[in-house]
Design a protein around this ligand. Structure first.
Ligand SMILES: Nc1ncnc2c1ncn2[C@@H]1O[C@H](COP(=O)(O)OP(=O)(O)OP(=O)(O)O)[C@@H](O)[C@H]1O
Length: 848
């Protein structure tokens, strides 16, 4: 148990020039609840900003008080100022590491010191191993390059192992034998195992044992550690406690461990981290599931789908030699998401696993520069498009009714048109990639021409002088081949298809409607580079490129995240890269946005593999506080009636707050709330509808230029403004959601975007709007006080009376209808509003 916190170290990082001001120091005053610390930038620049504390009045120090464990940062940004006029821009980050201090006395585990000694020894062995590899590396560097590369790689792995995360996080005792589990294997000088790595078969029981089912363990002990110092030792399973488990406990949910809770309490810093120490039993089952299948991991927001997918990739790579050779590919939905999660695999010593964003799968020359309208994106992403593309390519092959005549010196070769058509058909039947098939046709055609030539020469009694290779070099021959079997790049073919009505009509007959076809048509631009390629075009190009060349880098296993949004064409691109059909598909049908909202995973997995898919569900939410999840799940009946929300382990962590004000601009209120949350140490995002993003970011940055924009996936600023379409998969301590009503109504999938945006916070969610909230959340709109309502009714009646006096009513019409007809738009809205509020407030009877 810990009894407080202390600053253990401070450091400065992030220099961009050698001449920038430097230096930092940390100090602390220990207290029983939290720690006070200050980090000082001695450069004297009064523009220090801090993440976890308040900047002192002179702007030189970041002072935090009552902070909990973690790394706390201050940063100063400067540029060409009076002090360094010729310096480029620079920045200094100062960090102070605050760790829990270890309680001594009755609350400490009786074997704390023994376990500390074991952990210290494990670190020493690791250090020794590192030092010896380093030494060997130096002696080899000049010599054999391959050995040097291998050693460099080993060094990197060792450094990673030492640098981040806990080396040893637990121990299990089975049959009286203790086994220590950690992030990597450690052995002693005699090769005796000191720490088993988390993915070794022996470590399985550490994750699978629970108090209800201890799996034969006498002890499961869990360590919390920072900077090599154990802060806590907890026995999660003991033989005595296991014997005591009651029937109700056996049937109930698995209790949540302290280690997990304290891990979840950590402040977020804009990047995902590995969780090997706290993987839960339901997650571990998925991590180590067989890979000979399409495994769908369905789970509500924050159930750990991404972490499970990444740990599964690392686990498979470690345990499956053949797979390691075949390669594993991890696909993120966007570059922003890739940046957010890409640190996890290296920290699990799995840097060899390739991680890419979906759009980067296509390696050709096109880059997306435009966005398709949703109905066009739906056509381009549909499986029908694969038929259109294939037909467009096949239609380019063929031959008419003329014979092919070739002049060869004094001789001639004539290949009859019927023979050419037969050759083309024969090669087509082989279903080879287009370009490879062209080579086969070229050979067959030149052989036919040569045979015709030799026959003609024999008939004329002339000698055979020309050769078959000479025939293939004739321009008449190549031109004819180009006509019957043209060559093009995928870009050239797709651009010609989009730009040629007759091609589109032929290729899409029976598979696209006239409207769908019309959506594809566009005039070709001056150059291919100028074409407004879209993301969905890339997958058409990928399909064409495969039809043309038949080549693509393949992998033994593919993990794909946020898969609920994949189009069939994107699924086909993935299927090409994994011919064995071994997939881990991560997603949540309720969070689907864009043109591919579905109720059933089979609609997607059918495009990934011919076999059936196995769907596993994650049911525990690790990110979102219970009350926030409860509120967000009121949207589920509107978007995915068949799905239930996960059970949050963060019960009572924080209730959402609602800020409605028709008078004050929500933009200002959102910034104010966000800044308050930043000041209290929370990494915060203001999530806004896409249409307001650019304008709001610019105006917020006039107030505070350090506000992040989430560009290039950088979410490490204390405060970031994020468009709703980008926030999927990410998380922040606090989320201020501006204009949820507009977001919900802005598009067909607006309610889904709202659901996603509401489920990004680990601590607080704040909803900021004018006077109403969207369907599902409208119960949160406070009824207006009766007195205020009565006052506004009175004022409105007075206004209406004035309006009545000023306008002449026709005597033979119903006065109310007549009045309403004469009202201008504002007055009519006023009346409608009044009626609505009166009905909501239930005071109609009182007043009328
Ligand atoms: N076993 C665990 N131990 C510690 N933290 C965990 C564990 N499982 C999940 N988390 C944390 O919960 C958060 C949510 O995890 P993750 O992003 O993987 O969820 P997700 O299901 O992919 O979310 P989304 O539906 O939003 O995409 C992350 O901060 C992750 O580190």
């Amino acid at each position: 148990m810990c009894d407080g916190y202390r600053v253990t170290s401070s450091a400065s990082t992030g220099w961009q020039t050698g001449n920038s001001p430097r230096g930092a120091c940390g100090s602390c005053a220990q207290c029983s609840k939290g720690c006070s610390f200050s980090v000082t930038d001695p450069s004297g620049f009064p523009n220090t900003s801090g993440r976890d504390g308040n900047v002192s009045k002179d702007g030189r120090s970041l002072v935090g008080s009552n902070v909990r464990g973690g790394t706390h940062a201050a940063s100063v940004d400067g540029g060409r100022g009076p002090r360094f006029p010729r310096q480029p821009r620079w920045s200094l980050r100062v960090t102070a590491v605050v760790i829990p201090t270890v309680a001594t006395g009755p609350s400490q585990h009786p074997e704390h010191q023994l376990e500390q000694a074991y952990v210290t020894r494990a670190y020493e062995l690791l250090d020794k191993g590192l030092a010896s590899v380093e030494q060997t590396y130096q002696s080899y560097e000049e010599g054999n390059r391959a050995t040097a590369t291998a050693l460099r790689r080993a060094l990197e792995i060792l450094r990673n192992s030492r640098g981040s995360g806990q080396l040893v996080f637990g121990r299990v005792d089975q049959d009286g034998e203790p086994l220590y589990i950690g992030r990597r294997r450690v052995h002693d000088e005699s090769k005796n195992l000191v720490v088993a790595s988390w993915h070794a078969p022996a470590a399985r029981v550490f994750y699978e044992a629970t108090t209800q089912d201890p799996c034969g363990l006498q002890l499961k002990r869990v360590f919390s550690e920072q900077d090599r110092v154990l802060s806590r030792v907890v026995d999660e399973i003991t033989a005595a406690a296991a014997a005591d488990v009651s029937d109700e406990e056996l049937d109930g949910p698995t209790p949540i461990s302290d280690a997990l809770l304290s891990e979840l309490d950590r402040s977020r810093d804009g990047a995902m981290r590995e969780v090997v120490a706290t993987i839960q039993a339901e997650q571990f089952r998925i991590i180590r599931a067989a890979r000979d299948q399409v495994l769908v991991v369905q789970g509500g927001p924050g159930t750990g789908k991404t972490v499970v997918g990444l740990h599964r990739a690392a686990w498979l790579a470690f345990n499956d030699e053949a797979l390691r050779r075949a390669g594993i590919l991890v696909v993120a939905p966007s570059t922003a998401f890739l940046a957010y999660m890409s640190g996890v695999l290296p920290s699990l010593d799995a840097s060899d696993i390739l991680q890419v964003d979906l759009s980067s799968l296509y390696a050709g020359e096109a880059t997306p520069a435009a966005v398709d309208a949703p109905e066009v994106a739906r056509v381009k992403g549909s499986a029908a498009m694969a038929v259109v593309l294939q037909r467009a390519l096949l239609a380019r092959r063929g031959w008419g009714d003329e014979d092919l005549e070739l002049s060869l010196g004094g001789g001639r070769a004539v290949v009859p048109s019927s023979r050419i058509r037969a050759l083309v058909e024969d090669v087509s039947r082989r279903e080879l990639p287009h370009n490879q098939a062209r080579d086969v046709l070229r050979q067959a055609l030149s052989a036919a021409a040569f045979a015709a030539y030799t026959e003609a020469q024999a008939d004329a009694g002339r000698a055979v002088i020309a050769t078959e290779p000479a025939i293939r070099r004739l321009s008449t021959f190549t031109n004819a081949l180009d006509r019957m079997w043209p060559t093009f790049t995928a870009e050239e073919l797709l651009r010609s298809l989009y730009g040629t009505q007759s091609w589109l009509v032929d290729a899409s007959a029976g598979v696209l409607s006239a409207d769908e076809r019309a959506g594809l048509f566009r005039e070709a631009r001056a150059s291919i580079a100028d074409e407004p390629w879209t993301v969905d075009d890339l997958f058409c190009l990928d399909e064409l490129s495969f039809l043309l060349n038949g080549e693509v880098r393949t992998y033994g296993h593919v993990v794909v995240d946020e898969a609920q949004d994949l189009s069939p064409m994107q699924a086909r691109a993935l299927a090409r890269r994994c011919p064995e059909g071994s997939f881990t598909v991560l997603g949540d049908l309720a969070q689907a946005t864009g043109p591919w909202i579905r109720d059933d995973w089979a609609e997607l997995t059918d495009h990934l593999s011919g076999g059936t898919a196995n769907v596993e569900t994650l049911s525990i939410g690790y990110r979102v506080p219970g009350e926030v999840l409860e509120l967000a799940s009121r949207l589920l009946p509107l978007i995915s009636p068949g799905l239930t929300a996960p059970r949050s382990v963060r019960a009572g962590a924080g209730a959402p707050t609602v800020h409605l004000d028709a008078m004050e601009p929500g933009e200002d209120r959102a910034l104010e709330l966000a800044q308050q949350d930043v000041e209290s140490g929370m990494t915060t995002a203001i999530v806004v509808p896409d249409s307001s993003y650019g304008g709001l970011l610019a105006s917020y940055r006039q107030v505070d230029e350090s506000i992040g924009d989430g560009g290039s996936g950088d979410f490490g600023q204390p405060l970031t403004v994020v468009p709703a379409s980008v926030v999927k998969g990410l998380e922040f301590d606090s989320v201020v959601l501006l204009h949820p009503t507009e977001l919900a109504r802005s598009s067909i999938d607006g309610q889904r975007q709202l659901y996603v945006a509401m489920t990004r916070c680990t601590q607080v969610l704040r909803l900021v709007d004018a006077e109403e909230l969207p369907e599902g959340l409208d119960h949160l709109v406070p009824p207006r006080p009766v007195v205020a309502m009565a006052a506004s009714v009175e004022a409105a009646c007075a206004d209406l009376e004035v309006a009545l006096d000023e306008r002449s009513l026709e005597p033979d019409r119903d006065p109310l209808t007549e009045l309403i007809a004469q009202l201008d738009q504002d007055d009519r809205r006023l009346v409608e509003n009044l009626v609505r509020r009166l009905l909501q407030g239930g005071i109609r009877d009182t007043l009328f």
